[in-house]
Write a protein that binds this ligand. Sequence first.
Ligand code: MEV
Length: 306
Amino acid sequence: MGVGRGYGKVILFNEHFVVYGVPSIVSAIDKATIARVERAAGAGWTLDDRRPATPGYKEEKLEQQRDSIDRVLRAAGVDVSKVSIRITLEGDLVAASGIGASAASCVAIARALSEEFNLHLTEEQINQIAYEGEKAYHGNPSGVDNTAATYGGLLWFVRGKPIERISIRRPVEIVMGNTGLVANTEAAVAGVRERRQRDPARYERIFREAEELAYIARKALLDYDLRAVGRLMDRNHELLQAIEVSCKELDFLVELARENGAYGAKMTGGGLGGNMVALTPGKDLQDKVARAIKREGFEALMTRIG
Ligand code: MEV
């Protein structure tokens, strides 16, 4: 049996913009999907998906997930016409939108295949195979999610460039609030593309600001100026609202987190549902914001970046 792990992620700056080469900042979180791969008699593959999930997520993503597994197997060179495999997915990462669930599972499966079939895949190859798997979910992914799921840590990610690690003084507490809405990342990305083509001058201005913001945010993280990081997250959320990838549930949770003392808050990931993230340094503030989110009937995940 082969076993593999892939981390969940939180994009702190510039989801969507990253698709067009704008720098982004992403952190893996301490929740992961674990994949087990076992050989069985016959041919083909079967899946037992035991991950905890937002209601409706698995059903909604089933077709994309099947396509994704086919792609991962192909990219890893595992021919299931000659061998049958049983894939089991589990772990403590909730299968939900905005938290890197699809990328985490692609990475976990690639690692498990590598172990079971003695493929000796390097980290770079795992990442590349997961990227192929991600295409089933995103169409034209930037690669930020699979990169975070593979390498972990806090990363400066620019499409097509080598990653840079951002090392900060101490990990920082965050809260991720789940709207409970299953979102379609591919549709969200396509919507941005369409609107950008319709209004290039306006989008150019927004994209330029997103790019400048990423550099300032990297410096603020390195300086451990968390107030500044929070303010920049707030501004990043406004830019994401401007390109129309937020929604009223995300805006509500973002506002709620700020009212309860978060240093900053924004949607995270593809948007149009899924998760938001609030910067909440210290256990007390983290508890307070998470409680406020739960009181409103939403799920809240307490974790850390860096
Ligand atoms: C999704 O987690 C992040 C997006 O920027 C898409 C991508 O980068 O491929 C929305």
